[in-house]
Design a protein around this ligand. Structure first.
Ligand SMILES: [Zn+2]
Length: 144
C-alpha cells in the first residue's frame, strides 16, 4: 500500500483510501476508479456490440433462410405450373392430332367409298353449289 498526494489539499492520502483523511476529498479515489470505470464501460460496449453483431447475424441468417425457403417454394410452384402447362399442351396436341386424323379420314364420309374421279367431281359440285354443274351428267366423269 502506497501513499500519494491528495488532488484537492495536497496532503498524503493512502492509494487505496476512498477519502482523504485531511479534507475528505474523494478526488484521488475517483481518479483511481476512472480507468476501471472506463475499462468496465469499454467492456460493456464491446459486449453490446457483440450482442448487436450476433443479433444482426441471426437476422441475416433468418432472412437468408426465409429467402431460400421462398425460392424453394417459388421453384416448386413454377415446376408445378410447368407440369400443368405441359399436360395441357399434351392434351391439346392429342386433341388436335385426333381431330386432324378424323378430318383426314373422311370429313363426314368414308374416303374409301368416294375416291373415284366422279365422286370427287360430285364432291366439288357440292362444295361449289349449283355454280359448278347444272347436273351431275355434265361431269366428264359421270357414269350411270
Ligand atoms: Zn485532501
Amino acid at each position: 500500500m502506497g501513499v500519494e498526494a491528495c488532488d484537492d489539499c495536497g496532503g498524503q492520502v493512502g492509494d487505496s483510501a476512498e477519502t482523504c483523511p485531511h479534507c475528505g476529498s474523494r478526488a484521488n479515489y475517483l481518479r483511481r476508479l476512472q480507468p476501471l470505470q472506463e475499462e468496465a464501460e469499454k467492456k460493456r460496449r464491446a459486449e453490446q456490440e457483440e450482442a448487436e453483431k450476433k443479433r444482426r447475424a441471426e437476422r441475416a441468417d433468418a432472412e437468408q433462410r426465409k429467402w431460400a425457403d421462398d425460392k424453394k417454394k417459388r421453384l416448386a410452384a413454377e415446376a408445378e405450373k410447368k407440369k400443368k402447362t405441359g399436360c395441357l399442351i399434351a392434351v391439346i396436341a392429342i386433341v388436335v392430332l385426333f381431330l386432324a386424323a378424323a378430318v383426314s379420314s373422311g370429313g363426314g364420309g368414308s374416303s374409301n367409298d368416294r375416291s373415284s374421279p366422279f365422286d370427287r367431281c360430285v364432291d366439288l359440285q357440292i362444295l361449289h353449289g349449283s355454280g359448278g354443274w347444272a347436273a351431275a351428267g355434265e361431269c366428264a366423269h359421270y357414269k350411270d
